[in-house]
Design a protein around this ligand. Structure first.
Ligand code: COA
Length: 159
């Protein structure tokens, strides 16, 4: 469990991932807009390959106690130590700096694992909000394709 000023990042375990994919809201502290399609995809990924060290997290707004999104890794780092991450928030929770706050916490958590040498993320070319989130969290733009812009953050102590 990670905590920031305004958020809690709760590990997405298999029972919770099943509930999200099934839309089982009973007794769950979920924002009315949660889960989005992005959240369901993150949960489906968790169910395909549960990974406590390099999995996803539910983003919980501490003030309301409600789940408002997901953030996490797309699996363990590759042989070069490159870890890929992604995130998304319900529309009502956007525009308040939450994604940046959550991403900064995830970065610290990821680099606490010695096997992670760099973190990468891609965004659709027109997803300026996500590009800003990455830049505010210290990522730099590395290259672009027709549809996407790619970003990277090196391990701070990497020579
Ligand atoms: C991308 C996303 C996670 C951003 O969440 P957020 O909590 O609103 O992000 P933050 O508030 O931390 O930062 C967003 C920044 O983008 C800016 N921004 C938002 N929409 C923008 C737009 N259309 N054009 C330019 N800048 C924009 C905000 O002003 C803010 O910058 P600032 O701090 O300099 O003012 C959210 O929009 C989202 O969930 N989108 C759908 C899923 C998605 O795209 N996930 C990422 C896939 S790569």
């Amino acid at each position: 469990m990670m905590e920031t000023d305004r958020l809690r990042l709760a590990p997405l375990d298999v029972p919770l991932a099943r509930a999200v994919v099934a839309g089982d809201r009973e007794g769950r502290a979920w924002h009315p807009e949660f889960p989005t399609e992005d959240d369901r995809e993150a949960c489906a990924m968790t169910l395909r390959a549960p990974d406590p060290a390099f999995g996803s997290h539910v983003v919980v707004e501490r003030e309301s106690g409600l789940a408002v999104g997901t953030i996490g890794c797309y699996g363990p780092p590759d042989a070069a130590g490159t870890l890929m991450i992604g995130y998304g928030l319900v529309p009502a929770a956007r525009g308040r700096g939450y994604a940046t706050e959550a991403l900064r916490a995830l970065v610290v958590h990821a680099f606490a694992q010695p096997s992670v040498r760099e973190i990468t993320a891609d965004t659709l070319t027109d997803n300026v909000a996500s590009q800003k989130v990455l830049e505010k969290a210290g990522f730099t733009h590395t290259h672009s394709t027709a549809e996407a812009r790619w970003y990277r953050l090196n391990r701070p102590d990497k020579p």
